[in-house]
Unconditional design. Structure first.
Lengths: 393, 313
């Protein structure tokens, strides 16, 4: 189950920031139960970027929202699984504890920059709100489950158990001496920090932007502000849920360049969700391919793209437009995505798969395992016949 | 256009209280108090059919701008004296209803998770609201007022008890819309607690429709209050109030011989309610960007066309 190979330095003892094990999410609606995410497992190591790619409706966004538990429950229901964020199982945390993890532990950048800012407040207030929360937690005046000061210190030998965490927040209170007026009361300082974060996301003229309302900004600018808000909590995990899908192509390139630059500046682990294979190739270290709620392939980006080991990935890559092969129609996968409430037995891809054999239709379907003859040990695929995938024309 | 509507509405609303402040003042612009009647009062002879009799009702004149009633009391003074009570009731009763109903609506809309304790509370609030909404509000208010007996406070209570359910419905609906907005999810992702999101993000974004509804509602409450008084189970007769003035003069059969008494009180209700209605419309135009844009677009052709039309003429 080891994926990603640890941090770039190759230090194998580091603990993953995020471990997802057997996560299954259903939507219970009138028409039936939709299995949006089924038995998804992966690990994300400090400083790495994991891209999740898949077509519309494959459960990427549900997965992204399930990790910080931002799903509307009901209709969504997390059936089973473990989401261990820095040693804390988020699925076992009581609901009222969750805000303590969000913002300073896990933050998110959303798909819709248009509506993700509150129309009633100026940009300054919205960025300052996130910074204020972080400062309250740093100063020990408000509890946070995760210390925001040392986001990459994973040397703690034992995992804190949930009960212990509930009683005593990880951020120690500094006692009455620290109850002197908060840093955030110093408006000048807060303003300077807000400006700093707006500059970080390459906003020209941040002094003017501060006093504007969201509707006065363009989509790209709003998404930059959203990124600034997400980063201002200094999270150890940033979840970017299709951050560029709602933007037009030139703005998309700008925002991606920005995120790429920020990744080298701030060593935050990132879970990057996208339907765009090119974007994932550009941004991510590792890639997970999702199909009908299942994670079908997982591995380092270059390996997965060069040598896909799941027929779905192969088909997906083949159907991407390329500037080298411009002749003839684009190849496409036969058939269509199955209805998530009536998934086929066994491997969800078998009805469309050229390699499908009788055992592919048997429950339980193939698990994510080390791909046979794959270039590296981190390359996993959920296919019994992954050996034969390179042979598919 | 919008500015004009709002400023007219504000003036119509604000001027009477200023005038009223002067009535109660020792140096009053009005020569008479609301219950001052001269004894013996100046009379005139009225002839109806075969009968002729003296009456104290004097038609409007420079001395009595709205005339006098059957006891010789100055109608302008009485109408003005009723204004603080009527306005206070309009504003305060609606405000209490909005606060009570609004808070319940916030709870019912924000914590509506089924199969939880909070969800059960939410359902309980909504069913209670339904029970109150099942009765026509005026009938329920009349029933409560009749039960509690005649007086100002019982009438206020009666209206308050019937008025809050509308705000539960309004606020709950708005909360349900706002709480599924992406910016609320974004606020959650930023680490805000539920309560903080409710206070900072949800309430701020439902204020506009509630303010508009409140303003329009002040007029409605005023009419209801006057109606209860008119039927004779509201404010006692010695308290100047527009509704009971209309009732009293009507029982004294003044419509035929001195219509100005009834028209003055009824006109006061009409003007005030109209003012709140205009204020509410104006506020909606100002606060709701969509209707403002619609107004601006509607205004453009007229301003462009006007000079051309003038030139042709």
């Amino acid at each position: 189950m080891q994926c990603g190979g640890g941090p770039p330095e190759g230090n194998s003892v580091t603990e993953p920031v995020l471990q997802v094990e057997g996560l299954s999410v259903d939507y219970e609606v009138g028409a039936g139960t939709f299995h949006a995410v089924q038995d998804v497992s992966f690990e994300l190591h400090p400083g790495r970027v994991l891209g999740i790619v898949g077509e519309t409706g494959c459960g990427k966004s549900t997965l992204a929202h399930a990790i910080p538990r931002l799903l509307q429950e009901p209709p969504a229901r997390i059936r089973r699984g473990i989401v261990r964020f820095r040693g804390i199982d988020l699925l076992k945390l009581p609901r009222w504890q969750l805000p303590r993890v969000r913002g300073t532990g896990i933050s998110m950048v959303f798909q819709e920059p248009i509506n993700s800012l509150n129309p009633a407040y100026r940009i300054y207030d919205q960025v300052a709100e996130a910074i204020r929360i972080r400062r309250l937690r740093e100063s020990g005046q408000a509890p946070g489950l995760v210390s925001p000061q040392e986001p990459f210190d994973y040397s703690k030998p034992k995992m804190p158990n949930v009960g212990e965490v509930l009683l005593k927040p990880l951020v120690p209170s500094k006692g009455p001496a620290s109850r002197r007026p908060m840093l955030s009361k110093d408006a000048q300082d807060l303003r300077a920090t807000v400006l700093e974060y707006l500059k970080l996301v390459r906003i020209n003229d941040p002094d003017t932007i501060l006093n504007l309302y969201p509707h006065e900004l363009s989509g790209g600018m709003r998404q930059r502000v959203m990124i600034a808000i997400a980063l201002s909590g200094r999270p150890s995990l940033l979840i970017a849920d299709e951050p560029t899908s709602a933007l037009d192509i030139t703005i998309q390139a700008q925002v991606l360049t920005l995120m790429k630059e920020l990744m080298t500046e701030i060593r935050t682990s990132i879970l990057f969700i996208s339907h765009d294979l090119g974007v994932i190739a550009e941004m991510a270290d590792d890639v997970g391919v999702m199909y009908a709620g299942h994670l079908v392939e997982l591995g380092p980006v270059d390996q997965v793209y060069r040598d896909p080991r799941h027929p779905y990935t192969k088909g997906l890559l083949r159907s991407a437009p390329s500037k080298y092969k411009s002749e003839g129609p684009l190849p496409s996968l036969p058939g269509s995505v199955p209805n998530l409430s009536r998934l086929p037995r066994g491997c969800p891809f078998h009805p469309r798969c050229v390699l499908a054999h009788a055992d592919c239709t048997q429950d339980p379907g193939p698990k994510l395992t080390k791909a046979v003859e794959a270039a590296g040990p981190e390359h996993l695929a959920a296919c019994y016949y992954s050996k034969e995938v390179p042979g598919i024309p | 256009m919008v500015v004009l509507i709002v400023s007219v509405a504000v003036l119509v609303v604000l001027l009477p209280p200023i005038g009223q402040a002067l009535v109660g003042h020792p140096v009053s612009i009005l020569p008479y108090g609301p219950n001052y009647y001269p004894s013996p009062c100046p009379t005139r002879i009225v002839t109806t059919g075969n009968y002729s009799y003296p009456t104290c009702t004097l038609p409007p004149s420079t001395e009595h701008l709205l005339g006098t009633d059957n006891l010789g009391r100055d109608m302008l003074s009485r109408v003005m004296a009723a204004l603080p009570l009527d306005l206070a009731i309009g504003f305060v009763v609606t405000a209490f209803a909005a606060l009570l109903g609004g808070s319940l609506g916030l709870v019912a809309g924000y914590w509506n998770q089924p199969r939880t304790i909070k969800g059960a509370i939410s359902v309980a609030i909504l069913r209670l609201t339904d029970i109150f909404l099942a009765f026509p509000s005026l009938v329920l208010a009349l029933a409560i007022a009749a039960t509690l007996g005649r007086g100002t406070l019982p009438t206020v209570l009666a209206i308050l008890l019937t008025w809050w359910p509308y705000y539960v419905r309004l606020v709950r609906g708005e909360v349900l819309v706002v709480k599924h907005q992406p910016y609320v999810t974004a606020a959650k992702a930023a680490g805000l607690s539920d309560l903080r999101i409710l206070i900072r993000h949800v309430i701020r974004n439902i204020l506009e429709p509630v303010t508009v509804y409140y303003t329009l509602d002040v007029g409605t409450v005023l009419v209801t209050f006057s109606t209860i008084s008119f039927i004779g189970i509201g404010v006692p007769l010695d308290v100047p109030e527009w509704g009971n003035m209309v009732e009293y003069y009507q029982t004294q059969n003044l419509m035929g011989i001195a219509p100005w008494t009834i028209l003055a009180a009824g006109g006061a209700i009409f003007v005030t309610v109209l003012a709140f209605s205009l204020l509410g419309d104006g506020l909606r135009d100002v606060l709701d960007p969509r209707s403002r844009r619609a107004l601006a677009q509607a205004a453009v052709p007229t301003t462009v066309a006007a000079p051309a039309a003038l030139g042709e003429a």
